[in-house]
Design a protein around this ligand. Structure first.
Ligand code: ATP
Length: 589
């Protein structure tokens, strides 16, 4: 029951595993010492040597006492080792998920990733804290005992060796089948997990579509099928356990019988102590085998969970951080950059054609450029490229003349504040949410940012103002309020580059004007106006930018000052005409 990924991960966990082995061996040693001392005591009683018998029995008591301490220590050590395993693996997985980024998370199923990180790691804990140490103990102790018994009673030792071998090896024939179906079952279980989470998140939609009962019945059917399948596997595993137990009993009886036959004619006292020694030795030989049978399930669970962990750990991020340079500094901090795109082309993995082609435009330092275009034109993809969630297949994007891949990714992230259409707010106070990217921001800075994002007034109307704890995801707020808080959160960071992707789509037009005014007044940490890229649907917002870039089917079809573009026939004017009926269109003309 080994897997290359589990062995590779074990390298970082050698300490906890070695401690488990050490304690397991010491516990076995106390059992063996107890058995030997019992033989000595009983032989002494038979010979009428009371003093020797008392001493040996005192030794038995001591062995029991020491073992009690060791068993306690093993439980504590297993719990500690389990904690270490969980903490280290989860750290590693969470770092990996963070490295893979939102593109990876969006491609997979959130519920399955969650189950891998939580239950998958729990399953692995038993593998390292109980199963692996017990495998080593079982490989050591019976060999040593059989070898020792061989010097006393070779025939009995041979019977024991065969029985231990059978008890360990025969059940393994079914292991491969059990593991294969166990791993398939784990994958099904991950799917069901993802379906449950999706059903919970989409409950309002399921209800409104009248599909909630159907979805529930589907989940119930799949869960029941999984349960029935698990029970069938359990029966096979119990049969194996039964066989192992039978071999152990038969082995013990066989060893005793051959010993009795072998000592026929020997002085009765010596014969009795030999039989006793073999009997107790056999019990101790099989004890680690029994313990391994008990720990087997922990190991089995770990192995069934390994595929999900392996897939997560083997996944490669869409971009790798090869950058070595920091952002260029201004006089008092990172200055707003000039962002230049040159011949950028991007095709999504598996797609037939590029979603962006030959995209070239410049956003001068401290200016605002609005990117507009019909739905599906490639605007959000452009945001992914600017923030380096993905890299272009052709062309380059420069930050003050430095290609983005040459910049350290943490530096790029620190210098870029991004707000999307569906921002996430955490179940913390409003103030804590606003401080997310700038933990040291003062109360005044928080309030100023909220004012700039037209959020201050509604925040003050909340029950505890800025101390109001929000519902998970910010669900206690309206969509527009969530967006305004997300904007405020971005402004608090005072980043030199601000990228807003439909960040005010749910905000009403009056509030949007206030937000736009707030954005104009925003300052980066260097005291300058930040460079700003706005992806907007509502063209009234585009009018406030210094420059507009019109995207159509992944190509830049027009660029220039919005007033000029609006006045002449062309793609921007066409988009305006299309929005004529909407309030924003009315504001424009
Ligand atoms: N992860 C993805 N994998 C494959 N294709 C994708 C992916 N994301 C987006 N696309 C495709 O790329 C094209 C551009 O999508 P994008 O989200 O950039 O458009 P957009 O201009 O932002 O649209 P909207 O205004 O509706 O948000 C669309 O045709 C979309 O189907």
């Amino acid at each position: 029951m080994f897997h290359r990924r589990l062995i590779a991960l074990a390298r970082g966990l050698l300490g906890p595993i070695a401690l488990g082995v050490l304690l397991g061996v010491l516990i076995s040693a106390t059992y063996v010492a107890q058995a030997l001392l019992l033989v000595v005591a009983l032989t002494a009683i038979g010979a009428g040597d009371q003093q020797r018998a008392v001493l040996a029995l005192a030794g038995v008591v001591a062995a029991v006492a020491v073992r009690a301490g060791l068993l306690w220590a093993r439980e504590v050590a297993a719990a500690w080792a389990g904690g270490q395993v969980r903490a280290r693996l989860r750290d590693r997985l969470l770092l990996q998920v963070a490295d893979l980024g939102p593109t990876f998370v969006a491609q997979g199923r959130v519920g399955a990733t969650r189950a891998t990180v939580v239950e998958g790691v729990d399953a692995l804990e038993g593998y390292y804290s109980r199963y692996l140490p017990q495998v080593v103990v079982t490989a050591l102790v019976p060999i040593v005992l059989v070898a020792a018994l061989f010097t006393v009673q070779p025939a009995a030792a041979t019977v024991l060796a065969v029985a231990v071998g059978l008890a360990l090896v025969v059940p393994r024939f079914k292991d491969a089948t059990l593991l294969r179906s166990g791993r398939e079952r784990w994958t099904t279980w991950l799917d069901i997990n993802a379906d449950y989470l999706e059903a919970m998140q989409g409950l309002p939609t399921l209800r409104s579509a009248g599909a909630d009962r159907r979805r529930r019945d589907g989940l119930q059917t799949r869960s029941t099928a999984l349960y029935v399948d698990t029970m069938r596997e359990l029966r096979i595993s119990l049969l194996e356990n039964g066989f192992s137990m039978f071999v152990q009993q038969a082995g013990t009886a066989g060893a005793v019988v051959v010993t009795v036959v072998a000592v026929t004619g020997v002085v009765p006292a010596a014969a009795a102590s030999t039989v006793l020694l073999v009997l107790l030795g056999a019990v101790e030989c099989f004890r680690p085998v029994r313990d391994l049978t008990r720990a087997w399930h922990a190991g089995y669970l770990g192995l069934t969970a390994v595929d999900g962990l392996d897939a997560l750990l083997s996944a490669r991020p869409a971009v790798t951080d090869t950058g070595r340079r920091d952002l260029p500094s201004g006089s008092t901090g990172t200055a707003p950059p000039t962002i230049a795109l040159r011949g950028v082309e991007y095709t999504f993995p598996g797609a037939d054609s590029p979603v962006l082609r030959d995209v070239t435009f410049t956003v001068p330092a401290g200016s605002t450029v609005a990117v507009v275009g019909r739905s599906g034109a490639g605007k959000s993809t452009l945001v992914g490229l600017l923030t380096r969630e993905i890299d272009p297949d052709r062309g380059e994007i420069h930050w003050d003349g430095i290609a983005l891949p040459a910049l350290r990714r943490p530096a790029l992230r620190a210098g870029t504040a991004v707000v999307g259409q569906h921002p996430y707010l955490f179940a913390q106070s409003v103030a804590d949410n606003l401080r997310l990217g700038a933990p040291t921001a003062s109360d005044e800075e928080i309030v100023a940012a909220a004012r700039a994002a037209d959020a201050d007034a509604f925040v003050r109307d909340l029950p505890d103002g800025y101390d109001t704890v929000l519902a998970e995801g910010g669900r206690s707020l309206s969509g527009g309020q969530r967006q305004r808080l997300a904007l405020a959160r971005a402004l608090v960071r005072r980043s030199p580059l601000l990228v807003l992707d439909e960040a005010t789509s749910a905000v009403d037009t009056v509030s949007e004007q206030a937000v736009v005014a707030g954005l104009r007044a925003a300052r980066s940490a260097s005291g300058d106006r930040p460079t700003c890229v706005l992806v907007v649907h509502r063209l009234a917002t585009a009018l406030t930018a210094e420059q507009v870039v019109v995207l159509d089917a992944g190509r830049v079809v027009q660029t220039g000052p919005p007033a000029e573009l609006a006045a002449a026939p062309g793609p921007f004017a066409d988009l305006l005409d299309a929005q004529q009926g909407e309030p924003a269109g009315a504001v424009l003309r």
